[in-house]
Ligand binder design. Sequence first.
Ligand code: UD1
Length: 426
Amino acid sequence: MDQIVIHGGRPLSGRIHISGAKNAALTLMPCALLTDASLTLRNLPRLADIDTFGHLLNQHGVATATEGSHPGEFGRTITFTASRITSTVAPYDIVRKMRASILVLGPLLARTGEATVSLPGGCAIGNRPIDLHLKALEALGAEIDLAAGYVRATAPKGLRGGRYTFPGVSVGATENVVMAAVLARGTSVIDNAAREPEIVDLCHCLVAMGAAIDGIGTERLTITGVDRLHGATYAVMPDRIETGSYACAAAITGGELELVGADAASLTATFAALEEAGLACAPTNDGIKVSRANGLHGVTVSTAPYPGFPTDMQAQFMAMLSVADGASLLTETIFENRYMHVPELARMGADITVRGTSAMVRGVPELVGAPVMATDLRASMSLVLAGLAAKGETVVSRVYHLDRGYERLEEKLSAVGADIERVSDG
Ligand code: UD1
């Protein structure tokens, strides 16, 4: 297994290209199941999760054609064509690798009237049930059975428009029900829908394919089903979590980075908190410039559904705040068990106390490199950030977590002055 070795203490400076958003790509790809025409997605990041989702689609009968690209280029263009669905089963072997596999449930059901998807089970950051996905699909007339670790959804006479109010905000469940409702008979009204930019991206792609959706970007989505969707070409939005992560890299190292292709509008809460902590952020023609001239200060941040502060930025913030002046209070409201990076950061000298859903971070003058273990995707990035600032050598193992969500991490960071390399431990 590979490891990332970092010698910290160098302020980063230069330009970092922001890749296409993983979480947007993972909800745009299953849209290919909704039509027999071709869906071409541009700006897909080169990530393990994208490959895994591609394999899942292949085994449902989707043909994939990747446009030739040059080795140095970021992103890929892939055309997905589901002329015929050859299997409506998403097997355990793939779903267990990637929870986002549940996003084939709505599209398969809408297109064929049947879908059988392995239950994802628990994951490193908590229990993560799928009850809301199932209830929302039931509101469109789906019948749901659970047996032998699989969920089977059927709609023998097709889905029909329905009303559903989510009792809590769920990104994935909103995505599933939207993808199902676009082909349902009649109109669906979804209340308390998630408003994350990735959902806006999904809706825009579906509209480009011929769907009728009102209220995009609001908590009420009104979807009028159509008989058929057509093909489209659509570019995946820039990754806002990658953007926020590299902004934290500038902050923690005291550097200056231009985040090329970044979209500040999708990160308002994150940038507000970064500015409060002492990072200067300014739009440029190509993206956003972030720089830290003086020290960092402690801040109080609580995660919340969009437009609140994203849970996917909590771990990176914690690393950054561990070297800020004064104390910070972070509260995690979305997932239980999302503090697994805390003991690892503590091994590097961070002073963090977790009580329930909150973490008190008392800034220390300096972190010290150590061997640390990545536990999930964003936790891994927090360890890389800590390593970039720490004195001495940090070795991050279980790098496959990072490969799920950060395209060419070492290459991007080395290009702006980090001493970081990937080594194989044999
Ligand atoms: C997506 C993102 C993930 C991000 C999360 C919250 C993808 C591939 N992943 O995950 O990176 O951290 O949004 O912004 O886009 N819940 C239920 N029942 C359900 C569904 C969710 O109780 O049926 C709960 C979850 O346990 C969690 C909360 O709702 O506590 C939010 O989860 P959700 O928004 O669904 O997250 P994901 O879509 O899985």
